[in-house]
Each structure stands twice: as C-alpha cells, then as structure tokens.
Design a binder for this molecule. Structure first.
Ligand SMILES: [Zn+2]
Length: 269
C-alpha cells in the first residue's frame, strides 16, 4: 500500500521531524520502553485527496468531546510503541487520524491501523485549547528527562518558579530559549483527568510543565521547538547537578544579570 507521505513533501518533512525527535528522546535516555508521547496537528497538510481517504479502522471514541477539533488531522504515536522504533519507522509506530464531525470520535486513515497512545484524550484536549486560543503551536511532547525528574523529587524545588529561577540562572541561553520557564504539576496518577486538567492550567503560563516524579509535557510551534525547550531546561539541570557533584552549590547568574538578559533580548518574563 502507498504511504500517505508519498507525494506530500510538507507532511513527509513534518513526520521526518517527529522521527528525528523520537530518536533524540531515546538517545537522551528519556524514553525507556514505550515511555513518552508525541502528538502533532497536521491539518494544514490535509489536501482534498487526503480528506477523501477512507478510514482503515473502526470509529473510535476519544472519551471527550472537543468541538475545536472538527475535521482536524493528527499524527499520534501508537499505544505501546517505542520511541526508538518510531525514530526508524514512524508510520509503523504511529498513525494519522481524522477527527469526525461529532468531535468525540476519530478514525485512523494511514498508513497502518496503529492505535494511538492511551494519553490521546489529554493530548487532544491541549490541542483543542491551542486552537480555541488562536495559538500557532502544533505539537505536544511528553517524555522523561532524567535530571529534571530527579529534581522534582525535592519538595523545595516545587514551589512556583523556584525551579524556573534555578534553571534560568545556570546558563543565559536557557532564559532566552525557554523564556516562559518551567511550570510544575504536583504528582497525579498518569493518564488521569486531574493530571490533564492541571497540565492545561499550567500551560496557560508555561510552554513546558514538569510532572512531579514523572516527566515533562511540552507544547511547541512544531515537534522540534517542543524538544528544544525541554533540551535547554535539561542542560541547565545537568549543569546544576554537575556543580553539586563537584561538591558546591552553583552560584547562578544574579537576578540583575537575568533582568539584563530580559531587557537585551526582549523576553516576556
Ligand atoms: Zn510518562
């Protein structure tokens, strides 16, 4: 069977980016077994022929009704699939779905009947919110960055913006390239509605949210942008931990130096 990517260079390049990021998540040690999820809104690449493609699955329920997603198309990582496999074969470890007109169900249209992640309702809820608020963001990524998760085990880091300030102060680029900082969601059962709701609330103020003792959830213009923000935060966490391993508390940039950064680079915070 012909792949949906054939003759669609723009969609193909988007899926190549997803595969590239999946490889980085695995190489970084952030995606053990089937850990992590990627969902990307690919509606802008849906041409008339793609819109007419027949379903290759039964109609599946999302579990929530999301009117903003009517007629949208998403690439979703498959349930139980591994990032390291997705990196090499994105269309065998993920699929493209079409949201149906009731906005509560979907069908898989390509390339294989790979069931989307069990986290689909929460990822789609975030996408619906992005569309409703006119956001240009198209990608959501969930992964398990080692150092950031380790830092979430220390209660004193979990108060509002404590971790953001520590991470920003480790190296100037983190403030420049993750200018909204890192939101924090207290521990909740993975896949639960409470986790999804708390994540949605934190994403109003942050692009990346840390789930206590679990991982991060990021939104981005595309999948690479979401990855980059997690990557710069993770770099700062590594510098902090390296300093502690050498036996000292890192001094960090001062508040004045960080304010100077905000002014020079016109940063939002
Ligand atoms: Zn997880």
């Amino acid at each position: 069977m012909k792949s949906i990517l054939e003759g669609r260079p723009a969609l193909s390049s988007e899926v190549e980016k997803i595969a590239e990021v999946a490889g980085y998540l695995w190489q970084n040690g952030w995606a053990e077994r089937n850990g992590g999820n990627i969902t990307v809104n690919v509606t802008e690449y849906a041409d008339e022929e793609m819109k007419a493609m027949p379903a290759i699955s039964d109609v599946k329920q999302i579990g929530v009704t999301l009117p903003a997603l009517k007629g949208c198309y998403f690439y979703c990582k498959g349930t139980g699939k591994r990032m390291r496999d997705l990196a090499r074969r994105p269309m065998e470890n993920g699929s493209i779905i079409r949201i149906l007109d009731d906005c509560a169900s979907y069908v898989i249209i390509a390339d294989n009947e790979v069931m989307p992640t069990s986290e689909l309702p929460s990822h789609l809820t975030v996408h619906a919110h992005l569309i409703e608020t006119g956001s240009p963001y198209k990608a959501t990524v969930h992964t398990h960055p080692i150092e950031l998760v380790a830092m979430s085990h220390n209660r004193k880091f979990l108060a509002k913006d404590v971790l953001t300030n520590i991470l920003w102060s480790m190296i100037p680029e983190t403030k420049a390239f993750c200018p909204l900082g890192l939101g924090v969601v207290p521990y909740e059962l993975p896949g639960s509605n409470t986790l999804a709701d708390a994540t949605l609330r934190e994403l109003e103020d942050y692009d990346v949210v840390l789930w206590e003792k679990h991982g991060v959830f990021a939104k981005g213009l595309d999948v690479m942008d979401a990855f980059d923000q997690i990557d710069v935060l993770s770099k700062s966490a590594k510098i902090y931990i390296s300093s502690k391993c050498m036996g000292f508390e890192p001094e960090g940039m001062s508040q004045e130096q960080m304010a100077e950064m905000s002014k020079a680079f016109n940063l939002p915070k």
